[in-house]
Design a protein around this ligand. Structure first.
Ligand code: NAG
Length: 437
């Protein structure tokens, strides 16, 4: 019984690598190669898109020059397929020289020079998922040292080609090895995916002690089906997952695929909204050189980002699944604010949903709501005010809600973020077409 062995080991080994080193007090934001560029190593026929130092430099330029960095998108993360098939004479991992001729340290300097951070990928096991050299237990220390010596800021540690006992030891050992380098390196653990994602196989207390974030569930694909499958799994298991999250410890439902081929504009808004509810990492995997304006506007929506990055770091929950196939999600935020997301799973036409804040457990009082994707503000909302929303098929209405008194005190609302003190002006617009009071 594999799981018995794991439980026994868990009781025996000392797991004291507290990773509370101040990193990722809010969910990480950035860009990662995998979902869009996969293991494309064909630089001869596909030089613009193959996994190479050029790809990461070009994406870093876009992050730095197109307004992403100022919004918090700061990590450029290499995924699988960057390595040479052979370690060097000292046993260290090395990049494939034809695709990374300058080496990773030079790439890190290029990225740091633009005010960004560099992430890299390794695998706890014999091979990476795509068959490149793995990090077996005896290689953990040297690989952590190598990454630190290159100036790496973030490690995604995958779990292909290992068993649960090796994973239990290895994910702990890597946590300690990263701390021992003295370099602050954010640590993303894929461990839960490989053991089913849920207790009792996953101990989220332990995971939060050793990792900054973790992948709980299968890889995202470029489709609305995949996004829905992830939302369903996270919501169905929210009693186990939601309490695990907090500053410095995040569930990771995987990359944002907005800007690729699989999502409509409505569905892209839905992914952004639900990832904000879930306090999920905002790590895009798309081609920043070719983004249409609607994808850019969704990914750069300041209020959606601020909600995602709320400093309290409380993950939200699904409140309701209606027979009408409307779902309501809620997340509490700083400054007595909150967010509500109304998601339609319908496939027919915009649905008129009738509710009130009181029906959604809000306390008596007067509120205002800012519609995150239309930019309109709804004033004069009492908890008992009945209102009607029009929710598009596979789309959302996303509200940022705050007590009315707060808006009387000041026309602007300040979010205290670790990255930027963003400021949002709430326009006193009439309710938009989405909202009928
Ligand atoms: C989970 O891990 C924590 C921290 O290491 C430990 O205190 C606790 O006993 C573990 N829980 C279970 C059920 O093993």
């Amino acid at each position: 019984m594999e799981s018995l062995a794991v439980t026994a080991l868990l009781a025996l080994i000392s797991l004291t690598a507290a990773l509370d080193n101040g990193l990722l007090k809010t969910p990480p934001m950035g860009w990662m190669a995998w979902e869009r560029f996969r293991c494309d190593i064909d630089c001869k026929d596909d030089p613009e898109n193959c996994i190479s130092e050029d790809l990461f430099k070009r994406m870093a330029e876009r992050l730095a020059e197109d307004g992403w960095k100022e919004l918090g998108y700061e990590y450029v993360i290499i995924d699988d397929c960057w390595m040479s098939l052979l370690r060097d004479e000292q046993g260290r991992l090395q990049p494939e020289p034809s695709r990374f001729p300058g080496g990773i340290a030079q790439l890190a300097r290029y990225i740091h020079d633009r005010g960004l951070k560099l992430g890299i990928y390794a695998d706890m096991g014999t091979y990476t998922c795509m068959g490149f050299p793995g990090t077996t237990l005896e290689k953990i220390e040297i690989d952590a040292q190598t990454f630190a010596s290159w100036g790496i800021d973030y490690l995604k540690f995958d779990g292909c080609y290992s068993n649960p006992v090796e994973q239990l030891l290895g994910y702990n050992m890597m946590s300690k090895a990263l701390i021992a380098t003295g370099r602050p390196i954010a640590y993303s653990c894929s461990w839960p995916v490989y053991v089913g994602g849920l207790p009792p196989n996953v101990n989220y207390t332990l995971l939060g002690d050793i990792c900054h974030l973790w992948r709980n569930y299968y890889d995202i694909q470029d489709s609305w089906d995949s996004v829905q499958d992830i939302i369903n799994w996270f919501s169905n298991n929210q009693d186990d997952l939601q309490p695990a999250a907090g500053p410095g410890r995040w569930n990771d439902p995987d990359m944002l695929i907005i800007g690729n081929f699989g999502l409509s504009v409505e569905q892209a808004r839905s992914q952004m909204a639900l990832w904000a509810i879930m306090a999920a990492p905002l790590i895009m995997s798309n081609d920043l050189r070719n983004l249409d304006n609607s994808a850019r506007a969704i990914l750069q929506n300041r209020v959606a980002i601020a909600i995602n990055q709320d400093p309290m770091g409380i993950q939200g929950r699904r409140l309701l699944q209606e027979k009408s196939h409307i779902e309501v999600y809620w997340r509490p935020l700083s400054h007595s604010a909150s967010t509500l997301v109304f998601l339609s799973r319908r496939t027919d036409m915009p649905y008129l949903y009738h509710t009130s804040l009181a029906k959604l457990n809000y306390e008596a009082g007067n509120y205002e709501a800012y519609d995150v994707f239309t930019g309109s503000t709804v004033t004069g909302l009492n908890a008992n005010t009945e209102f009607t929303l029009s929710i598009n098929p596979s789309g959302v209405v996303m509200w940022y809600i705050y007590p009315e008194q707060q808006s009387k005190d000041t026309e602007t609302l300040y979010y205290h973020q670790h990255k930027t003190a963003s400021q949002f002006t709430f326009h006193r617009a009439k309710p938009g077409h989405h909202t009928v009071l």
